[in-house]
Design a binder for this molecule. Structure first.
Ligand code: BTN
Length: 323
């Protein structure tokens, strides 16, 4: 770890507490000049570090900047986290790392994405500082591709629970991968996978999730106005680090429990669509149906207007609630 990283760890773990240059230098085993340089670098990176004569330096208790050190305060899952200011897409970056052999548990987090990807070839609006964009590398030993839906549904439950903790409200899951709060989409999930040619199982999967924590400075773009929303209305200390950690803790625990996990009960309870009328959308059609239930493997049971009942799994279709 660099002196800057070590200093950030100290400040994140002790927000609001003053340390003088000499104390910090002794703690980190470096010179006072090195501390001064590290403080300057952290300030340049946007960290609100206050200084007072005779008291030294302290990080403002209100700060809310995503960092591995900030997340680690809340993280219990054994994951290896890397944080970047701007990437094209955390999913794309992690897939590249996966192809060159990175192990399960590598997590790439960005403060902004220039080419954030959504489902069905759409883009995912990922502006700087108001959201958190996360990708997690998974290397299932025996998961057949048709079970990959589990990764998305586990993530949806984990995300919905994390949103509730930070917002103190009740979020809902719109099958299959959207998290809604107060009627607006506040998080979306995109799972991408590589299949082994040898045994047909998943070689690796990259789970990507984007949280809209705050309203973007200039509002959401016209295309998603009235559809996208934010988890919080006003700045809240550590909200972004907290939401990332609460999500990762929950998701990784479901993932490790595997078949033994009963996350799907929670998935069903949080569903926005059970009992609702929806349009079932596939590339060439849109058909009206009523959602009857969600099965134990999170497929959607629907009844079409002609009375036929069908079980839908993602990839084939998406649904849009009827208005
Ligand atoms: C959707 O709502 O259609 C899915 C959105 C998924 C967005 C996340 S943000 C982190 C990861 N990197 C990406 O490029 N996409 C996913």
């Amino acid at each position: 770890m660099t002196t800057k990283d070590e200093l950030l760890k100290l400040f994140e773990a002790n927000k609001g507490i003053y340390y003088n240059g000499e104390q910090i230098a002794a703690k980190l085993g470096v010179s006072r000049n090195a501390i001064w340089k590290a403080v300057t670098a952290l300030r340049e990176a946007g960290y609100p570090i206050e200084s007072q004569k005779n008291r030294g330096y302290c990080m403002s208790p209100d700060s809310d900047i995503v960092s591995a050190q900030g997340i680690s305060k809340y993280l219990t899952a054994e994951l290896n986290i890397e944080v970047y200011d701007e990437v094209v897409s955390t999913n794309t970056m992690l897939k590249e790392r996966a192809s060159s052999g990175a192990p399960e548990g590598l997590v790439i987090i960005a403060n902004s994405q220039t080419g954030g990807k959504g489902r069905l070839g759409r883009s995912f609006y990922s502006p700087l500082d108001t959201g958190v964009y996360i990708s997690v590398l998974l290397r299932p030993s025996t998961l057949p591709p048709q079970k990959a839906l589990k990764i998305t549904t586990m993530a949806a439950v984990a995300a919905s629970e994390a949103v509730d903790i930070v917002s103190d409200k009740d979020s809902k899951i719109k099958w299959v991968n959207d998290i809604f709060l107060d009627g607006l989409k506040v998080a979306g999930i995109l799972t991408e996978a590589s299949v082994s040619m040898e045994n047909g199982n998943l070689e690796y999967a990259v789970l990507g999730i984007g949280f809209n924590v705050y309203e973007p400075k200039n509002g959401f773009p016209d295309e998603i106005k009235g559809i996208a929303g934010s988890i919080l209305r006003k700045p809240s200390a550590d909200a972004k680090n907290r939401i990332a950690a609460e999500f990762l803790n929950r998701f990784y625990s479901f993932w490790k429990e595997g078949e033994g996990s009963d996350y799907y009960r929670e998935y069903k309870q949080r569903s926005l669509v059970i009992g609702k009328k929806v349009n079932v959308i596939s590339p060439n059609s849109s058909v009206k149906a009523t959602v009857l239930d969600i099965t134990d493997d999170c497929s959607l049971l629907v009844r079409y207007e002609d009375g036929t009942v069908s079980e839908l799994s993602t990839g084939e279709v998406s649904i849009r609630p009827e208005v």
